[in-house]
Design a protein around this ligand. Structure first.
Ligand code: ZN
Ligand code: CU
Length: 498
């Protein structure tokens, strides 16, 4: 008996093939029939007639920082409302695990892991705690270099000694054994930036026996982008793992256009047989902890000119404003303003948005066949967060597919579903196939539109009629059902059971 039957929908099954019209049924959390439905409808079941709407697999956000959001915002409205049914957390070298409950991992992450609480130490513990909060969507985890290094070596700028290296390797292996999909690095952040290529390679090697990933926020995304790509390729080659480059971009006006050279280098590696994939967010601004981007001894006014404050505990009145406007109003220099913000109490927790990316590069990225979509959203709902938190996926489908024609709808769906599921080991997800988990999005391709802007970033998208997570209706006509049917996922295995 079926719990859900979708009648006469346009099916985009996630494979990238052309759409066709048929019925799809769901039973017991799984996709039951595709094309023609023969089984009946259960007494409590729902039949959905959705002529003209497209049914596709639930979208996968390959670059999330939702480790703590699963505790603080288990409804995950900012993702679910985009049609996202699974996120990959633990990116940029910061992950909920491993953890020492007696230490402040949130502070060590500069707030990226905000929301985490509890006594867990490893992935099993984190998954049990997250699951107990009935999350709305699924989560897959990476184990992060910065987190592992802080736990073992504190704030040390030294290279690890043999004992420390073995201890870090053991943490990485333990997370992989418990189902993490790979090892992530964030080499612009502390303490990752103190690490040399060898250290990262020795840790990435732990992923090889699992056939898992090395994902990286590279050491440089601007003047030394190409050198950083080279280092990433080398680390993955020497450790024998699949490389996934996070939020691929060329930052800073002088570097605009370089993404093409970088992608050419990736293509060359692919031709030589090295597995490489990437992701991108569809915006011309990045976002992160402001203190990571400025040297207080020599503040870059060029950068300050394109910075806007997202969230600032020290000066709430600055949220949503460009530094240039604040500086003009207060009649101080940009340098003095940056120092004032970052040295105030809690000033180092300030999140900013920086307009450093070329629009043409966003399109070049999205046109690449191995490019997935990752929001990189920081789930801090105070202030004015980057609109990518609420808008990433509808923006690709509405603007870049429908209006700009950068890629076809079927191809965009493939890159947000089956490609991501295969790469990140989300088994039996990412396609509409009998037996697969029933993660689904029903949407209207002519209407789907992101509505989150820099001024009103916490606005949900339009044009999405329904989102199903593990067979349960999680969102319908803009209403979050609160059913909480998300699962914690293990690499190439099923869902975690506590
Ligand atoms: Zn990053
Ligand atoms: Cu990130």
């Amino acid at each position: 008996m079926n719990d859900l039957i979708f009648r006469q929908v346009r099916i985009l099954d996630g494979s990238g093939g052309p759409e066709w019209v048929g019925d799809v049924s769901v039973s017991d959390g799984r996709i039951n029939e595709v094309g023609t439905v023969r089984d009946g409808l259960a007494p409590q079941g729902r039949e959905i007639v959705a002529k003209g709407a497209v049914l596709c697999p639930g979208l996968i956000d390959t670059h999330a920082h939702d480790d703590g959001a699963f505790f603080r915002h288990p409804g995950m409205e900012f993702k679910l409302s985009q049609g996202v049914t699974t996120v990959v957390s633990g990116n940029c070298g910061f992950s909920a695990i491993p953890a020492d409950p007696s230490k402040d991992s949130v502070a060590a992450s500069g707030g990226i892991l905000a929301g985490l609480e509890g006594e867990f130490t490893d992935l099993n513990g984190y998954y049990a705690a997250a699951l107990a909060r009935n999350p709305a969507i699924n989560n897959m985890m990476l184990v992060g270099h910065n987190t592992v290094r802080s736990l073992v070596m504190g704030e040390s700028k030294q290279a690890p000694n043999d004992v420390q290296m073995r201890e870090m390797q053991a943490h990485v292996t333990r997370a992989l054994e418990q189902g993490a999909c790979g090892f992530s690095s964030g080499l612009i952040y502390r303490p990752g930036r103190y690490s040399d290529t060898d250290e990262v390679t020795e840790l990435a090697k732990m992923a090889a026996p699992f056939d898992a990933l090395y994902t990286t926020h590279m050491r440089n995304e601007g003047d030394k982008l190409l050198e950083a790509v080279e280092e990433s390729l080398q680390i993955a080659r020497d450790s024998g793992v699949h490389l996934h480059i996070s939020h691929h971009k060329a930052a800073g006006k002088g570097n605009w256009g370089k993404v093409q050279q970088s992608l050419n280098r990736v293509d060359e590696a692919l031709r030589q047989g090295q597995p490489v994939t990437l992701d991108v967010y569809p915006y011309t601004a990045g976002s992160g902890r402001m203190i990571e981007y400025f040297n207080l001894d020599r503040v870059s006014e060029d950068l300050a000119e394109v910075v806007r404050i997202a969230s600032c505990k020290a000066f709430r009145e600055y949220e949503g404003r460009m530094l240039v406007d604040i500086a003009a109003e207060e009649n101080i220099s940009l340098t003095d303003l940056v120092i004032k913000i970052l040295t105030a109490p809690f000033g180092d927790r300030t999140l900013c948005i920086h307009f450093i990316i070329d629009e043409a590069d966003v399109e070049t990225n999205l046109a690449h066949a191995d490019m997935m979509v990752g929001s990189d959203g920081i789930p801090d709902l105070r202030g004015k967060p980057h609109p990518r938190l609420f808008g990433t996926f509808p923006k690709v489908l509405g603007y870049y597919v429908r209006e700009r024609g950068v890629l076809s709808l079927a191809e965009a769906v493939r890159r947000m579903t089956s490609l991501s599921a295969k790469t990140f080991g989300l088994s039996q997800r990412g396609e509409i196939k009998p037996g697969y988990y029933a993660d689904l999005m029903l949407f209207r391709p002519d209407d789907i539109v992101d509505q989150a802007t820099y001024d009103e970033p916490k606005t949900e998208a339009a044009g999405i009629d329904m989102v199903v997570v593990n067979g349960q209706i999680a969102l319908e006509a803009g209403q979050h059902s609160g059913v909480g049917s998300g699962q914690m996922l293990q690499f190439r295995k099923g869902a975690f059971r506590s």
